[in-house]
Design a protein around this ligand. Structure first.
Ligand code: HAM
Length: 422
């Protein structure tokens, strides 16, 4: 679990703001959900036999003896919320949420025990038009962020019934090749055989490559759904790679599953993942409601943004107010407020805690500000201030207090219009 410190938050804010803007452009509304849910919810939705539920959940008993779990992902809680609040009864909904998720995994680069997602869920539309829409959202997010080191992979798991037929064939195949399976896969053979296909064990790649493919067991409906989605993606110019081995680690998926992967983050290659889950709402007690969504992993997105050289949104002060002496302090603090009144987006940091001119100018420089406004006793008494360039290319000058704002605005040019890329 990481602290996200001030040198990193500009990239987080850039991502959060960009994703929020993109989602608004597609008509998705934000909802905010609890971090803790009943343990049962995750068992029933993600699946008893998945890695997450078997070994990664932070589960505890509360004072009433109820078993609660820190959410390992957002879809289950979102479905619980839309059922409980009656939001999907005969209605379509498009929602997004953001926040921390918790999985007790073995930490490594890009894999943490508290991590953050922005999740997107669309309810009440059977697709594949809305499948194409959510994929287009994820595509636009990466383009807006300037991240071009990700590739889209898609697959279809078909309907629950054709997957069941395929499951039987697969179990038979792996039983016939039992000697080639590692311990983990032997365990999964009865419980969750599709996950064997996901194994990264190099010694098993040959037996996996030769395994029967789900594509050969799809029914007509599943095939038509997937073909239409591919046609829509082609029309939207969204490039993808078909990955018949993509099965995902959560049990609720049907039809399309997708993942944006990268080779820049070591073993943790999925940056954004999702798919359709038509059975989940009814499985959790709601009426039959088709649904599709994805979640963007923020730590991995931040890491890719950093590799691309993007510094994020700077919120460093633009102006540092130096004031030495009692009168200067009085005038200085009110001048700073006046500047914030006159130029609402301007970021002004005031020197507090005294110090010599030299010490204050050092702080001014360290603050990252472009400009120092300097008030000594002489300036304070004569109603003037010195404007000193720290990073802008200008000559130091002395101006009347009522023209400080004007001078700063002209020195900073367009930079005072809200948030700036650093
Ligand atoms: P997921 O694949 O488990 O899907 O997680 C989505 C994303 O969260 C991953 O692609 C990855 O970027 C990030 N992530 C997962 N685990 C970690 C970790 N331990 N450390 C850092 N990042 C991580 C879901 O959670 C589904 N709820 C997505 C979804 C929404 N499907 C439909 N709607």
């Amino acid at each position: 679990m990481n602290d996200i410190l001030a040198q990193d938050t500009p990239r987080w804010q850039f991502i959060e703001q960009t994703v929020g803007d993109v989602l608004a452009a597609y008509g998705y509304q934000e909802i905010r959900l609890p971090i803790v849910e009943k343990t049962e919810l995750f068992k029933r939705s993600i699946g008893e036999m998945t890695d997450i539920v078997e070994k990664e959940m932070y589960t505890f008993e509360d004072r009433n003896g109820d078993s609660l779990t820190l959410r390992p992902e957002g879809t289950a809680g979102c479905v619980r919320a839309v059922i409980q609040n009656g939001l999907i009864y005969n209605q379509q909904q498009r929602f997004w949420y953001a926040g921390p998720m918790f999985r007790h995994e073995r930490p490594q680069k890009g894999r943490y025990r508290q991590f953050h997602q922005i999740g997107v869920e669309a309810f009440g539309m059977p697709g594949p038009d809305v499948d194409a829409e959510v994929i287009a959202i994820s595509d636009r997010i990466f383009r807006r962020l300037g991240i071009d080191t990700v590739t889209l992979e898609i697959n279809t798991l078909g309907t629950a019934s054709c997957r069941a037929a395929y499951r039987d064939v697969l179990v038979q195949y792996f039983r016939d090749h039992q000697a080639a399976l590692d311990e983990d896969s032997l365990r999964r053979l009865e419980s969750n055989p599709l996950r064997i296909l996901d194994s990264k064990n190099p010694a098993m790649q040959a037996v996996i490559a030769a395994a029967p493919q789900l594509a050969d067991y799809l029914d007509d409906e599943s095939r038509a759904h997937f073909d239409r989605l591919r046609e829509l993606l082609d029309r939207l110019n969204i490039r993808y790679r078909l990955n018949p081995r993509l099965v995902r680690g959560l049990d609720y998926y049907t039809h399309v599953v997708f993942e944006w992967v990268t080779d820049r983050l070591g073993a943790q290659n999925a940056v954004c993942s999702g798919g359709r889950y038509d059975g989940l709402v009814s499985q959790l007690g709601g009426s039959v409601t088709p649904a599709v969504g994805f979640a963007l992993g923020l730590e991995r997105t931040v890491a890719l943004l950093e590799l691309s050289g993007h510094a994020g949104i700077s919120r460093e002060p633009q102006v540092y107010l130096v004031c030495a002496g009692e009168q200067a302090e009085l005038v200085g603090l009110s001048l700073a407020e006046q500047l914030r009144n006159e130029v609402p987006d301007l970021r002004v940091q005031c020197n507090c805690g005294g110090g010599s001119f030299k010490a204050q100018l050092k702080r001014a420089d360290r603050s990252g500000a472009e400009i120092a406004v300097i008030l000594g006793e002489r300036e304070a008494n004569s109603g003037q201030a010195q404007i000193k360039p720290l990073r802008v290319d200008r000559e130091q000058m002395t101006v009347g207090l009522d023209t400080v704002a004007e001078t700063i605005v002209s020195w900073l040019g367009t930079q005072v219009d809200g948030d700036q890329p650093a």
